[in-house]
Design a protein around this ligand. Structure first.
Ligand code: GLU
Length: 508
C-alpha cells in the first residue's frame, strides 16, 4: 500500500495504448502535470493496457514519445518507458529518472495479482457475483429496453445466487463475467473540483460488470484499484469519464478505499461545438508534430483548452503556465479547438526562434522533400529560413514556400502577366529586368541596392509592370517574398537564368 505522506498530492495520467496520443489525453496529462507542479506533488504515468486485444506496444511508444516531445514529464511510471533512447524528442535529455518507483508496476498488464486479490475480496464479501447470461441474452435485453425507451441497465438475477451454487455453475459456463452488486436506492454524490456537486442515482447504474473473469479486470475496477494502490489523491480527467465516477465510488466504498478528489475537465470541441473528432481534422499529437508545429506552441495552446489564466494574453511561457495554473480557473463549458489560433500561436513561436534553432527545426522538412542533403550549405539555408521566418505558421511550410531556391519553379506563362499585360509587354519587362540585373555584376548584391536601381527605372509607373513578371520568373508563385530579397540570396547569375527560362515560356 501507499508509502506517500497522507497529504501529498499525487495525480496520474492513465492512457490506454489503443491509439496514438490524442490531443484530449495530452491536455489531461498537461493539467495533471501542472497541478502536480503547483502543489509540489507527484505526477504518475500509468499504462492502462488491460484491453489486450486493442492495446499495442506501438501505441504505448507513441504516447510516451508524444508526452516527452511536449515536455510533459512524469515523476513515476514504467521505468523502461523512460530509458527509450530512440525518442523523437529533442528535449528528453532533461528528463530525470524518477527517484522512486515504489507504487509500481505502472502497466496494468503487470498488475494481475493485485486485481485478482481484490476481485476475490468483493466476491467473498458478496459485493460482486458471477453473471451467467450469454452475450446474446444481454444484447436482446438491451434492445428490448431501448425499444421500450427505458434506461439501458442490467439488473442481474444472478446477484442472489449462493456462492457454492455459482461455483458449480462456473464449471459448465466458464466464460461468465463478474458484476458488482449495485446497492438499490442510493444517491451517489461527490464534489467535483471543476463542476461542483454532482449526483447520480444508483438505480440507474445496474449491476455493472467489473471483470471478464478473475484474471481480467475491466476499466472501472482496475482504475480504482490502481488509484488506491498508487495513492492517487486527485483524479483529473476528461468529462467523458464523469458517468464512470459513481460506479467507481461504489467500488471504492465496497473495498474500503479512500475516495480521491475528482476534477472533470471540459470536453474539447471542434469549431461546430461537437466533440473533437477526426471529422474536424488531426486529433493526435503526432500529426501536429509531423505538420510542423512546435512543442512549446502546442503546450501553450492545449494549456488554454479549458484553462483561463485570467487575462487576454495568449502567449505564455512554460514557466508562466506552471507558475499560474490552478484548477479554480478551469472552465466547465466545452473548450473549442481553434486550429486557426494554433497556427497563429505556432507562427509566434517560430518568430521567437534564433536562426540556428530554426534551421535545425526546418532541416527535416527540407530533407524530406529532397531539397538538401545532410550537411548542405548552412549559410545559404540560414538566409532562406530567415527570409520565411516572418511569415511561416508551420515548419512544414518551409519546403513549399522556398522550393524555387532548390529547383526550377513550375508555372505557366500567363502567371507572368501583370494586370492586362500582353506576352509582348511581359517580354519587354523581363528584358528590362535582365538588363538592370546584368549591370550589377555577378557577385552578391544587397537587396537594397537592387531595389534602388529598379525603383529608379520604374519611376512613376506601376511597380507591378516590372516587379510582378520578375518575381514570378524567380518563384513561379502568386505570393512570395519580394524579388530583391530573393535575388540577394540566390545571386544575380541564378536570377538571370530564371528570367531566361521565363522568356523561353513566352510564345511569340
Ligand atoms: N484509460 C482511461 C482513458 O484513457 C483513463 C481514464 C481515467 O483517467 O480514469 O481514458
Amino acid at each position: 500500500m501507499s508509502t506517500s505522506s497522507i497529504n501529498q498530492v499525487r495525480v496520474r495520467i492513465a492512457p490506454s495504448p489503443t491509439g496514438a496520443l490524442h490531443i484530449g489525453t495530452a491536455r489531461a496529462a498537461l493539467f495533471n502535470y501542472l497541478y502536480a507542479r503547483a502543489q509540489d506533488g507527484v505526477f504518475v504515468l500509468r499504462i492502462e493496457d488491460t484491453d489486450v486485444e486493442r492495446s499495442d506496444p506501438k501505441f504505448e511508444k507513441n504516447i510516451i514519445e508524444g508526452l516527452r516531445w511536449l515536455d510533459i514529464l512524469w515523476d513515476e511510471g514504467p521505468i523502461d518507458a523512460m530509458l527509450n533512447e530512440n525518442s523523437t524528442s529533442s528535449q528528453t535529455t532533461n528528463h530525470k529518472l524518477p527517484t522512486t518507483n515504489s507504487h509500481g508496476p505502472y502497466r496494468q498488464s503487470e498488475r494481475g495479482a493485485t486485481y485478482r486479490a481484490y476481485i476475490q475480496k468483493l466476491l467473498d464479501s458478496g459485493r460482486a457475483f458471477y453473471c451467467f447470461h450469454s452475450e446474446k441474452e444481454l444484447l436482446e435485453e438491451r434492445d428490448n429496453l431501448m425499444a421500450m425507451k427505458r434506461p439501458v441497465l442490467h439488473l442481474c438475477e444472478f446477484r442472489t445466487m449462493e456462492a457454492a451454487e455459482a461455483q458449480i455453475a462456473k464449471e459448465t459456463k466458464p466464460d461468465c463475467i463478474i458484476r458488482f452488486k449495485t446497492p438499490p436506492g442510493r444517491v451517489i454524490q461527490f464534489r467535483d473540483l471543476i463542476r461542483g456537486d454532482v449526483c447520480f442515482e444508483s438505480d440507474l447504474l445496474g449491476d455493472f460488470s467489473i471483470a471478464k473473469n478473475n484474471d481480467t479486470p475491466l476499466y472501472n475496477f482496475a482504475v480504482i484499484v490502481d488509484d488506491e494502490e498508487m495513492a492517487i489523491s486527485h483524479v483529473i480527467r476528461g468529462e467523458d469519464h464523469i458517468s464512470n465516477t459513481p460506479k467507481q465510488i461504489l467500488l471504492i466504498e465496497a473495498l474500503g478505499f479512500k475516495t480521491p478528489q475528482y476534477a472533470h475537465l471540459p470536453l474539447i470541441l471542434g469549431p461546430d461545438r461537437s466533440k473533437l473528432s477526426k471529422r474536424h481534422g488531426a486529433t493526435s499529437v503526432d500529426e501536429y508534430r509531423k505538420a510542423g508545429y512546435l512543442p512549446e506552441a502546442l503546450f501553450n495552446f492545449i494549456a488554454l483548452l479549458g484553462w483561463n489564466p485570467g487575462s487576454d494574453r495568449e502567449i505564455y511561457s512554460r514557466d508562466e503556465i506552471v507558475a499560474h495554473f490552478s484548477l479554480e480557473r478551469v472552465q466547465k463549458s466545452g473548450a473549442v479547438f481553434d486550429v486557426g489560433k494554433l497556427d497563429w500561436m505556432n507562427g509566434e513561436y517560430i518568430r521567437r526562434k534564433s536562426a540556428t534553432e530554426l534551421i535545425e527545426l526546418c532541416l527535416p522538412f527540407l530533407e524530406e522533400r529532397g531539397f538538401i542533403k545532410k550537411g548542405g550549405d548552412r549559410n545559404y539555408l540560414e538566409k532562406i529560413v530567415l527570409l520565411e521566418q516572418p511569415r511561416m505558421k508551420k515548419l512544414s511550410e518551409i519546403g513549399e514556400r522556398t522550393d524555387f531556391f532548390f529547383r526550377e519553379p513550375k508555372y505557366d506563362a500567363p502567371l507572368l502577366r501583370w494586370k492586362g499585360m500582353t506576352d509582348n509587354d511581359v517580354r519587354e519587362s523581363l528584358q528590362k529586368s535582365k538588363q538592370l540585373l546584368g549591370a550589377l555584376g555577378m557577385g552578391v548584391v544587397e537587396s537594397k541596392n537592387i531595389e534602388k536601381i529598379f525603383f529608379e527605372a520604374i519611376g512613376e509607373r506601376d511597380k507591378g509592370t516590372l516587379l510582378w513578371p520578375l518575381r514570378v520568373a524567380l518563384t513561379g508563385k502568386k505570393a512570395s517574398p519580394g524579388p530583391f530579397e530573393i535575388i540577394e540570396i540566390m545571386g544575380i547569375d541564378a536570377a538571370l537564368k530564371c528570367i531566361d527560362r521565363a522568356l523561353g515560356k513566352l510564345t511569340t
